[in-house]
Write a protein that binds this ligand. Structure first.
Ligand code: XLS
Ligand code: CA
Ligand code: CA
Length: 435
């Protein structure tokens, strides 16, 4: 049984190849600094976009041709397992990610849902053992079902809190069963529509309470996993509590969660928050909390989460520069939280789109390494902050100065000259590294 009869294993054919079903820049076996590209980039495929997304939008019906669909939800779920492992093997991705509801139908009760999850993860586990493909992360979907209308851990309804806790418990058990390396929380409905009826402090305390329960339970079942929170400023809520990296770090520090949690940062969420992706990665890195990446891109002309496959080389380069500075992304990875455009509805488009994303990140990675090897940003910044290396700057850094002594200095040196940044030259020079 094959779901992708037109595609053999995707191979590296080099930049001159015109084969849409080949890699042009990502060569999984190429060794760089003692590791293969595959080991450096740790690509993951997202179950939800690749296996369950149907191409519908608020104005149009489903369009995606997906040959695993049947009238029986459990049958479809089983077909999807076969299909995703064929896909992962052919695209040569070492990891995948899923929400609980992506892999198994919820059925009519929590008991039935858990049973379905057990059955499907038995199949997934067998495929993982057979192929060596691993689970980068899983998560509990606590936003789609109508019960989460007012939130999950932050819901005003305690019964919903209990249900969410049950889903997280099961999610951690599945993570242990499948050897998941990270466990993600994305609080899609942990936020508010209006402050008129919302006790924000109470809701955030409850969110923190659930995270502490998750840490405790992972310890109790002996599962070593990296917990991650994925920030996003809005959508579906008007205001999401984990607005961006900085807001999420303040939350983690306030509730004493920073030792157990890092961040899973998504490019499109960064731009929704009014930041560049590299800004979010840089903030996380400054807190030693850069955990994992959801790779995609938004559209500058659209104000929502379009989750496009990433093809912007400059953005990928600047993101990978942060990863290089971070010393790599493990135990996280680069998860394509990206969906094919509605007009790319054929089965083969799933391959074509992932190849585009993988090629873009491979090129970005290589460009980032060139920037690092040449000391492009290092030199620029060293020169920019050089005034702190000697004289008054060195004294300030050595904490030898106070307001009184600095006033004395300023009175004697009040004719200040600054230097131009020549930033247009810098931007133009950066282009040299991209191709
Ligand atoms: C939605 C989020 C979601 C998380 C996992 O915008 O990106 O897909 O990655 O729940
Ligand atoms: Ca995401
Ligand atoms: Ca998204």
């Amino acid at each position: 049984m094959t779901y992708f009869p037109n595609v053999d294993k995707v191979l590296y054919e080099g930049p001159d190849s015109t084969n849409m079903l080949a890699f042009h820049h990502y060569n999984p076996e190429e060794i760089i600094n003692g590791k293969t590209m595959k080991e450096h980039l740790r690509f993951a495929v997202a179950y939800w976009h690749t296996m369950t997304q149907d191409g519908s939008d608020p104005f149009g019906a489903a369009v995606n041709v997906r040959t695993w669909l049947t009238d029986d939800p459990m049958e479809t779920a089983k077909n999807r397992v076969t299909a995703i492992f064929e896909f992962l093997t052919k695209i040569d991705a070492p990891y995948f990610c899923f929400h609980d509801v992506d892999i198994a139908p919820e059925g009519n009760s929590l008991k039935e849902f858990n049973r379905n999850l057990d059955d499907i993860t038995d199949l997934i586990k067998a495929k993982m053992d057979e192929t060596g493909i691993k689970l980068l992360w899983n998560t509990a979907n606590m936003f789609t079902n109508p019960r989460f209308i007012h939130g999950a851990a932050s819901s005003p309804n305690a019964e919903v809190f209990a249900y969410a806790a049950a889903q997280v418990k099961k999610g951690l058990e599945l993570s242990k069963k499948l050897g998941g390396e990270n466990y993600v929380f994305w609080g899609g409905r942990e936020g508010y529509e209006t402050l008129l009826n919302t006790d924000m402090k109470f809701e955030q305390e409850n969110s923190a309470r659930l995270f502490h329960m998750a840490i405790d339970y992972a310890k109790e079942i002996g599962h070593q996993v990296q917990f991650l929170i994925e920030p996003k400023p809005m959508e579906p809520t008007k205001h999401q509590y984990d607005f961006d990296a900085a807001t999420t770090m303040a939350f983690l520090l306030k509730y004493n969660l920073d030792q157990d949690f890092k961040l899973n940062l998504e490019a499109n969420h960064a731009t929704l928050a009014g930041h560049t992706f590299e800004h979010e990665l840089n903030v996380a890195r400054n807190y030693n909390a850069l955990g994992s990446i959801d790779a995609n891109q938004g559209d500058v002309l659209l104000g929502w989460d379009t989750d496009e496959f990433p093809t912007d080389l400059q953005a990928a380069t600047l993101a990978m520069y942060e990863v290089v500075e971070n010393g790599g992304i493990a135990p996280g990875g680069i998860n394509f939280d990206s969906k094919v455009r509605r007009s790319s509805f054929e089965m083969d488009d799933l391959f074509i789109a992932h190849i585009a994303g993988m090629d873009t990140f491979a090129r970005g990675f290589k460009a980032a390494l060139r920037l690092k090897a040449d000391g492009f940003f290092d030199t620029l910044k060293a020169e920019r902050y050089a005034s702190y290396q000697t004289g008054i700057g060195a004294d300030i850094l050595a904490n030898k100065m106070d307001l009184k002594s600095l006033e004395q200095y300023a009175l004697a040196h009040d004719q200040i000259t600054n230097q131009s940044s020549h930033i247009e030259y810098v931007k133009s020079k950066l282009n040299d590294y991209l191709v």
